[in-house]
Design a protein around this ligand. Structure first.
Ligand code: B3K
Ligand code: ZN
Length: 894
């Protein structure tokens, strides 16, 4: 396999000033004609540098340079590209190629989905459309002509503005599009087919109108309102919070059922997985609504952070992704807090923060500790598509968030302005972003810099922070130590600059005490401590009464924090921490310790930690001050992925599942009456459904209560879930009832068949139906989940060709159902390997995602490691393994 290195970056020989494309669209043979106006990149470049174009799976018909047909000795054509020898300093290159969109099951480049044409070009899909310098630092102005059949493909769209539309002979029609902004090829898009749209004209900040459209296949218009609302909110929010306005006269979203990822930010023509567009109460859960809003926001925000300023090379991916995730997280938090009073708003924002940190702990921490660990700015890759990771995205967002924490909102926005002033229209690096933030910081704090902070871009691995303290004579000595375990290629790492947000909670009053730092006082900025050494002691004064430190508030840095808190301290923080995030986290720590005790003692529930967990839940249930959203989060036990990753030593996921279930059942029985009451109070059955943050958290709490009710498991509780299913007027309640029934019932509930019948024409809901069954845990001893999965794979509605459907079984099983996937017989791994191997030939990108299922196999108990290795090796030795899957499995076996 070829490895690409960040250090090897060189500028291209030529830039492409303008790109004129003509597509004659035909599913089995599409003609692509291109006219590329090129010129030498650097003034001092020699005249005879070759023009290098990438290309894959293309049938080349014609090459013309400055109007003259080239003979075959003036260029070199290989399986990966086309090199024009001696093209001169500038000129016009004209190419004609043919491609086969209907054979494209990889869904990269131009492909056909349900008869319609779509493109996906990021990262390197454009080279499967025509020969071109397919690299993000080549920005070109695109004009696109689309010629298509009038009846089968009446709608045809591309980036930018529609400048011409006309009928042609032979039942064809043509549209012509011009994108005023130069862009790299990865932002190119075209869509053609049968579509309908919801549209609206809005006024931009400069008073000019802009046309917004959401395009879907006929029959789906009743699912587009929320996406349109979300788009308008995104536009308003980016203007008011970041001062960034829509820069086009027209902004389009198109939904397709066949899509490798969530969505794509093509300039002016975002293409979405239907999953992140379609939303109405009957079909989408509250979480689906939330995701639609956040992904619509994310793609829209890319228009500035990604498109106006893009990446120099793919090692810089986090430049746009980390920043844009940070922006979409803030957007969602602001939307959830909208219209609430200060206290409620704080709680709503904390709930969003908790959701994001859960993802980080469940998915990013394992990645950072496993064979695919990489810095948010990777140094090397074999297949770039494997690096659209939780590290680049979510940890990348944490690294931006830390800069936001260090600078504060005002200076951070000043840094954004400097960034755009310097780099609008350019392809730049992560370093350019940090430099802009550093300039903003130094304008008001010349003594500060982000020198050490930059390690976050270069070093992989999750830092661990160890905190201990001594309180005596009105002083508190806080000692922080940090370390970071080796990751592939990085044995030792210099200390990180870690912003530690903190408070000292007075035990008597529950209030935060003022922070007075006596030693190295310059390290404290408001309530944020700069922690920069391997080990450092900070002395705080004015603390004559006992306090409990609350550290890393709001999860101010993506680290694993080990503290000297004893069980009593944690119980105190779980009840009194003034930082809602840390209050939640204290609950999680207590539950986690209890589950580990149960795990280690093979089911014994007598430990002090287990008692503490019971006590914490009891207090939460009695606390009338808590918002529904917070309570719903605080009552949920840590997820299995988080527990497995946090466990010290080799672990058995099956036993961990049962330990967690044991605690859940204990809580359920102890508080059966309270959960019953909670359920009854929050049960809105019969009231009209509305998606909003308050109503959603009420439903969330009710459904958490329902899951405890079913865990306690009598006939009566079963009837409650059945009634909720039958009476539900929205998908949130229906799904919650069904999943509780399916995951705990003795036999296949009748509701499961009803659900399929009701929704069989709605692919996204059918995905839920598959997913529900693929995630039945081992604790449901009446279900043979592996057999259920084998049967699901033979269901007429199942196909590996559609990524959503493939994920609904394969990812659900291998990544969300540890107790079945890791079954001791090894059948789970074998089934997974069969599917990865099959998917490898259909869609390498999605296969490589699924191949990550055993990333952390060396953390498993020896019995499971042996079984895992057999299957990893079986995949690795498969014929025609794609570079995508090879990289993932190869690194796992390294
Ligand atoms: N930028 C795209 C991801 C493209 C993935 C290519 N394998 C979606 C996003 O982050 O907005
Ligand atoms: Zn993105």
């Amino acid at each position: 396999p070829i490895t690409f290195y960040r250090k090897d970056y060189t500028a291209p020989n030529h830039r492409i000033k303008s790109t004129d494309l003509i597509f004659t669209l035909n599913p089995s043979r599409t003609k692509v004609e291109s006219r590329l106006q090129f010129e030498s990149w650097g003034e001092t470049n020699p005249d005879n540098l070759p023009l290098e174009l990438d290309g894959e799976d293309l049938e080349l018909e014609k090459v013309l340079l400055n109007g003259k047909q080239l003979t075959s000795e003036s260029y070199t054509q290989t399986a990966s590209g086309l090199t024009i020898h001696n093209p001169g300093r500038e000129g016009l290159l004209e190419l004609t190629v043919y491609i086969q969109p209907d054979k494209n099951t990889r869904l990269e480049g131009l492909y056909v989905s349900n008869g319609n044409f779509f493109t996906q070009c990021e990262a390197q899909g454009f080279r499967r459309i025509t020969y071109f310098p397919d690299r993000p630092d080549v920005l070109s102005q695109f004009t696109v002509t689309l010629i298509a059949d009038k009846t089968t493909h009446p709608v045809s769209l591309s980036n930018g503005n529609l400048i011409e539309e006309k009928s042609l002979d032979d039942g064809l029609h043509q549209t012509r599009w011009e994108d005023p902004f130069p862009k790299p090829a990865y932002l190119f898009a075209l869509v053609a087919g049968r579509f309908v749209c919801q549209e609206e004209t809005i006024q931009k900040g400069d008073g000019k109108p802009a046309l917004l459209q959401v395009w879907v296949e006929p029959g789906n218009l009743d699912k587009t309102d929320f996406a349109m609302q979300s788009l308008k909110k995104s536009i308003d929010w980016d203007r008011s919070r970041f001062g960034l306005d829509l820069d086009l006269d027209r902004f389009m979203i198109v939904a397709t059922a066949d899509f490798n990822m969530g969505a794509m930010e093509n300039k002016g023509l975002n293409i979405f997985n239907t999953r992140f567009v379609f939303a109405n109460p009957e079909l989408a859960t509250d979480v689906d609504f939330e995701n639609v809003e956040s992904v619509v926001g994310h793609e829209y925000f890319h228009n500035w952070t990604g498109n106006r300023v893009t990446c120099r090379d793919w090692f810089q991916l986090s430049l746009k992704e980390g920043l844009t995730v940070f922006r979409d997280q803030e957007f969602s938090a602001d939307m959830m807090a909208e219209g609430l009073d200060v206290k409620q708003a704080e709680s709503a924002r904390a709930a969003k923060r908790i959701d994001d940190v859960k993802v980080l702990r469940a998915a990013q921490f394992p990645e950072d500790a496993g064979p695919m660990a990489h810095p948010i700015r990777p140094d090397s890759y074999q297949e770039i598509n494997n690096f659209y990771t939780v590290t680049v995205y979510e940890k990348g967002a944490e690294v931006i968030r830390m800069q936001h924490t260090l600078l504060g909102e005002t200076l951070f926005q000043r840094g954004m302005k400097i960034y755009f002033d310097r780099h609008d229209g350019q392809a730049v690096t992560c370093e350019d972003f940090v430099a802009a933030m550093e300039t903003a910081l130094q304008e008001s704090h010349p003594e500060l810099d982000l020198k050490q902070f930059r390690h976050w871009y270069a070093q992989a691995g999750t830092p661990e922070v160890f905190a201990s303290w001594k309180q005596a004579d009105d002083r508190l000595e806080l000692t922080l130590k940090q370390s970071c375990r080796p990751t592939p290629g990085q044995a030792t790492k210099p200390a990180f600059h870690i912003p530690v947000k903190l408070g000292f909670v007075d035990v008597a009053s529950g209030n935060d005490m003022p922070l007075v730092l006596e030693s190295n006082a310059a390290a404290l900025h408001g309530d944020v401590l700069d922690f920069t050494q391997a080990s450092e002691t900070f002395v705080f004064t004015g603390l004559s009464k006992p306090v409990v430190p609350s550290l890393l508030r709001g999860f101010s840095a993506p680290v694993i924090l080990h503290t000297a808190h004893n069980t009593e301290d944690l119980i105190f923080l779980a009840g009194h921490d003034n930082d809602p995030f840390n209050r939640w986290d204290a609950c999680q720590k207590v539950y986690g310790k209890a589950i580990v005790d149960i795990y280690k003692s093979a089911g014994d529930t007598g430990s002090a930690n287990t008692q503490a967990a019971v006590q914490v839940v009891g207090s939460l249930l009695q606390d009338a001050q808590l918002s529904d959203g917070f309570l719903a989060l605080a009552l949920q036990l840590p997820g299995e992925g988080t527990l497995l990753e946090a466990f010290e030593g080799l672990v058995d996921p099956v036993a961990m599942h049962f330990a967690r279930t044991t605690l859940r059942d204990l809580l359920a029985c102890t508080y059966a009456a309270e959960f019953n009451a909670l359920y009854a109070e929050r049960n809105l059955n019969g009231q009209p459904y509305e998606y909003n943050a308050i109503a959603a958290s009420q439903r969330a709490l009710k459904n958490v209560a329902l899951s405890y009710l079913l865990a306690a498991g009598s006939e009566e509780e079963l009837a409650i879930a059945q009634a909720q299913y039958a009476q539900a007027n929205n998908m949130t309640d229906r799904m919650a009832a069904l999943s509780n029934l399916v995951h705990t019932s003795a036999e296949k509930p009748a509701e499961l068949a009803d659900f399929f019948e009701r929704f069989k024409l709605e692919p996204l809901v059918v995905d839920k139906w598959f997913m529900l069954q693929a995630t039945i845990p081992a604790s449901n001893e009446n279900a043979d989940t592996l057999q259920i999965i084998r049967d699901l794979l033979k269901h007429p509605a199942f196909t590996l060709k559609n990524p959503n459907r493939a994920r609904s079984v394969l990812a659900a099983f291998a990544m969300q159902n540890p107790s079945v996937f890791h079954n001791h017989g090894g059948e789970g791994y074998a089934l997974w390997a069969d599917l990865v191997i099959e998917l490898n030939t259909i869609n390498p990108q999605v296969a490589a995602r699924m191949a990550r299922g055993l990333d952390r196999w060396t953390k498993l108990v020896p019995l499971l490691q042996d079984k895992a290795r057999v299957q990893l090796e079986r995949i690795f030795n498969t014929d025609k393994l794609s570079p995508d899957v090879r990289e993932v499995i190869g690194k796992a076996l390294d």
